[in-house]
Design a binder for this molecule. Structure first.
Ligand code: PRT
Ligand code: ZN
Length: 286
């Protein structure tokens, strides 16, 4: 019975929707009556614990949860002994130091003697130490970006995503302390049975994440252009090629990475590909 895997996820916040979507794409549907703090998923013999993100590394390190989904920024800050298994591709952001626009800044040495407000004292302290900066840290738990404006600090160290919060508070990003995204973490003391269940979950996640990074493409090309088409689709060992009823034309099917997608499409169009269809992929099992 106690092979049931306990996965800690954020109760409500920026990670919640993407986490639930990912689990659901992995065939794990969650019913959470009355927004309870625990829920079971019948399909995968999984128990979910809904927690504040800050508590997730500690719960996983202590073995109360077997695994968790949380932002790397929180893992680095808490500095708990957990194993990071997989980067999940959402909640991408960075922890950065920002100063009022008018404050001159050329290098980290300009941070000396400043007073910086942050909710990440651990990460910021380590950044200062690594860079030989002597600055003081003022720990606050929220609305960090207003600290310089109200005279509480000379600058801030906070999460940045689009950068618009900094701009609207008259701040300028001067140093990136760390890049972050949501990750799957595991306890270092899992039993063999739990480890094997977690590997199954991880395998499903990898199939979903791979699929999200690729597109399935179908097109008609002049048969004489096939060698060039195959050259343009370099990552693919063997695109599927089928003759069309119309003499001199072939249908080509292939899978291409999302990040090269538009370049590839333009090149294919350039050599006469027609009727291109681009289809999202649900799972990719390699
Ligand atoms: O209640 P709980 O403690 O669980 O949640 P929380 O309030 O501590 O965290 P939450 O839900 O706000 O964020 C959870 C995680 O999402 C963070 O730990 C990051 O890993 C990730 N993430 C991604 C972000 C952002 N993007 C983000 N933009 N976390 C916070 N922000 C905030 C940032 O603090 C700042 O106020 O958004 C503002 C900046 O956004 P831009 O787009 O204006 O730059
Ligand atoms: Zn939090």
């Amino acid at each position: 019975m106690n092979n049931r895997l306990r996965l800690a996820i954020q109760k409500s916040g920026r990670l919640s929707d993407d986490t639930i979507d990912l689990l659901s794409a992995c065939g794990i549907n969650i019913s959470r009556p009355d927004r309870k703090l625990r829920a079971l998923s019948e399909h995968f013999n999984l128990e979910l614990l809904f927690l504040r993100d800050d508590d997730i590394p500690g719960y996983v390190a202590d073995g109360v949860a077997d695994a968790g989904i949380v932002g790397e920024n929180v893992i680095f800050e808490k500095n708990k002994p957990v194993e990071t298994l997989e980067r999940l591709g959402f909640a991408k952001c960075r922890l950065s130091i920002a100063l009022p626009k008018a404050t001159p800044y050329a290098s980290v040495a300009d941070l000396n003697n400043l007073h910086i407000a942050t909710s990440y004292p651990g990460l910021l302290g380590r950044f200062f130490e690594k860079n030989g900066v002597q600055a003081s840290i003022h720990e606050i738990s929220g609305s960090v970006e207003i600290a310089p404006g109200i005279g509480l600090a000379d600058g801030i160290c906070d999460i940045v995503s689009s950068g618009s919060t900094l701009i609207s508070n008259g701040l300028r990003e001067v140093e990136v302390v760390v890049q972050s995204e949501a990750v799957l973490i595991a306890s270092e003391t899992l039993t063999i049975e739990k480890r094997s269940r977690l590997e199954k979950l991880r395998f499903r996640m990898q199939s979903v994440l791979k699929a999200r990074q690729h597109r399935y493409i179908l097109m008609n090309v002049p048969t004489k252009s096939l060698p060039e088409v195959i050259r343009i689709l370099p990552g693919m060992k063997s695109p599927t090629v089928m003759p069309l009823a119309t003499e001199g034309w072939s249908s080509v099917h292939s899978v291409i990475p999302e990040n090269t997608f538009w370049d590839v499409i333009e090149q294919l169009k350039g050599i006469g590909a027609e009727g291109m269809l681009v289809v999202p992929i649900e799972k990719m099992v390699l």
